[in-house]
Design a protein around this ligand. Sequence first.
Ligand code: C2E
Ligand code: MG
Ligand code: MG
Length: 714
Amino acid sequence: MLVGSYNVWLVLASLLIAMLASYTALDMAGRVAETQGKSARWWLVGGSVAMGIGIWSMHFLGMLAFSLPVPMGYDPAITFLSLLIAIASSAFALWMVCRAKLSWPRLGIGAVLMGAGVCSMHYTGMAAMRMTPGIQYIPSLFMLSVLIAVVASGAALWIAFRLRQRSSNIRLLRAGAAVVMGFAIAGMHYTGMAAAQFPKNSTCAMADAGLSTGWMALLIIVFALSVLSIALIISMLDFRMEARTAVLALSLDRAHQELQFLALHDSLTKLPNRTLLEDRLDQEIENAKRNGKAFSVLFLDLDGFKQVNDAFGHQVGDLLLIEVATRIRAIVRARDTIARVGGDEFILLADTAEPADAANLASKIIAAVQKPYAITDHDCQVTVSVGITLYSGGDVPRHELLKNADAAMYHAKALGKNTYCFFEVSMNEDAQKQLQVLHDLRLAIDRGELVLYYQPKFDAHTGTMIGAEALIRWRHPEHGLLLPGEFIPLAEKIGLILPIGEWTVQEACRQMREWRAAGYSGWTVAVNLSAVQFNHPGLIELVRHNLERYALEPGCLVLEITESTAMRDPDTSMAILQKLHQMGVRISIDDFGTGYSSLLYLKRLPAGELKIDRGFVRDLAQETDDAAIISAIVALGHTLNLEIVAEGVETVAQREFLTSLGCSSLQGFLLGRPMPPEQLLAAVAQGNAAWELEDVSLSRAPKLVAQIPVTANT
Ligand code: C2E
Ligand code: MG
Ligand code: MG
C-alpha cells in the first residue's frame, strides 16, 4: 500500500474553513427563518451556494492536504459534481431547519439524507482522483465515516434549528456551535480519508491532464473565504437594514395607533368619543342579545357648567371637565364605557342589569361630581343630571337607547337637577314637543308671536313707580303664553337670541316713546340682555340706533346683564360697559348674589344698579342668613355708589324689611306682576302710580303651559 502524508497547514486551513462554513450555515438558517416570501427564497438559494462551497472547499482542501508518493491530479468534471452535491445537501439542510417545526422523526430522516449527501460529496471527490487500480476502503472506517456524517448532520440540523431565532448572545452561541460542527465535518472527512487505501502500484489518471494541487490550495482557500465572508457581510447588512425597517415600521405603527386613538377619543378628557361609544353600544346590544344580558345607558349632563365657564373662562372650564371625567372614571368599572359626547355631556354604558344597581351607580356619580372643585385657585361647583335607560333585550336600535337616556336626563333637569331619572315612554312625547317648539320659534318673530310684558318698579321710600322691566313672552298658538325660561335658553342654543334680542331692544324703546308721549317722562325701561347679545359687536350700534330712532334720552334705558355674564370676560365686559356708560345708558347687574362675583371687578364696572336675586328675598321673613347677605349687599352697594333693587317682593313683610335694610327700589308680584303695556297703563291710571298695581287682566290669568324641558346649555 502507498503511504500518504498530510500537509498540516492545509489540514488546519480545512478545519478553519469547515468552521466558517458552519457559522455561515447557521447564519443563513437564521436569515431564511427571519425573512419571508421572495427574500426568504433568495436567502435559501444564496445560503445553499455559500454553505455548499464552504463545505466542499473544506473537503477539497483536505484532499489537497493529502499527498501520495505518486503524482496526483483531479478530474474537473467529477470535482464539479462533488461541488454540486455539496450545494444540494446544503439547500436541503437549510430548507429543513427553516420549517416551523422539527420533529424527532423528521430530524432523523434529515440527518440520514444530509449525511448521505456529505458522504456522496466526499467519495465522489475521492473518485475525482481516478486512481488505478481503484481505491480500497477499509469497511469499518468507511462505516464510521458515514456514521459520523449522519450524526454530525443530525446535530448540525438540530443546532441550526434551535439557533435560527436571534437572541441576545446569538453570535457567541453560533460561533461555539460552528466550532463543534467544524470538527464534526472535518472528522468525517479525515475518517473517510483514513478508510482509503491505495495499492502499491497505484497511478493517478489525472496526474497530468487534471487540476494540479500546488497552486489550487491557495485558490480554493481564497475562493472559499471570499464566498463565505461575502455571504456573511451581505447577511449582516441585510439584517441591519431590516432592523432599521423594523424600527421605522414600529414608529409608523405607533403613529397609526396614536391617530386611531385621536379619532376615537376626546382630546380634552381622553375619554372615548361619540364614534367609539356608538361602536361599543352596538357591541353591547349584540352581546346582550346573544347572552340575554341586560345593561344600562346613563346620559350625564352637568348643571351649572356654563356659569363656571362664563365666570372663569374656558381654561378653567376645560380643567373642570377633566376633573369631572377623572371622578367619574374612578367610579365606573373597567368594563364600562364612559364617553364624552358634547361640551358637558357624558354617556356611560354600564354593565348593570338591575334598575337598583343603575340607580346606585347614578347616585355615586352625582355624589362625586357635586363635591367642590379647586381649579387654578378658583373654587367652583357643578352638579350632574342623569338620565337612565335599561336595555333588556329586543330589537332596540342604538339611537333609540341614546334618545331615551337623553329624554330621561332632561326630566332629571326638570325635576330640579342634581338627580337621576329613569326613562319612561311619555318622556319621548316631551322631546317631540321640544322639537316642535324649536321649529315654531324660528317662525315666531316673523309671525309677531313675541310680546313684551312689563313689570313695574317702585321707589322703596316714596312708593312711586319709577319704571318697568321688559320681560319677554311668547304667545304660542297651541301652548299658550310661554315664559322666557321655556324658550330663551333654546334660542341661545340655536342662535336665535340675536334677532330676538334686537327685536326686544327696539320694542322696549318704542314702548318707552309711547309712555313718554303719554306723559310718563320720568320712567325708565329695563331690557334684559343675554350673554351672547352682550358680547355681540353690534350691541352698541343697536342701542344707539334705537335711542335715536325713538328720540329717547339714553338715561331712560336700563340694560340688565346677569352677574355671570358680566364676569365671563371681565376686560371685554368692561370695554363694552364703558361705551354704554359713556353713551349715558344705565347698567344693572341682575340676579346679583348667584354668580361668582369678584368684588374687585364689580368696583371697576360702570354699573349703576345691583338687583338682588329673588332667591335671597324669598326666605327673608324666616330669619335666615339672607337678611345678613342683603344688608351686606346694600352696604356694599352704597360704598360703590350703586342703587340696590330687590326683586321678587311677594309679601308686605318682605317689602317693609327690604325698605328698612336700605334697598332703593322694589319689584315683585306684591307690587305688580309683569303685564302687557296697555294693562300697565290702565293699572297706573286706576292706582295712580303708587304701591301695588293690580294687573287688571288677572281675572283672565295667562294659561300656564306644561313645563317643556328645553335643551339648555346649563
Ligand atoms: P329676571 O331678569 O331676573 O326677571 C325677573 C323674573 O322674576 C321674571 O320672570 C319675573 O316674572 C319674575 N318675578 C318678578 N317678581 C316676582 C315675584 O314676586 N315672585 C316670583 N316668584 N317671581 C317674580 P320671567 O319673566 O319668567 O323671566 C325670567 C328671566 O328670563 C328673567 O329674569 C330674565 O333673565 C330672562 N328674560 C326675560 N325677558 C328677557 C328678554 O327679553 N331677553 C333675555 N335675554 N332674557 C329675558
Ligand atoms: Mg332682569
Ligand atoms: Mg333677576
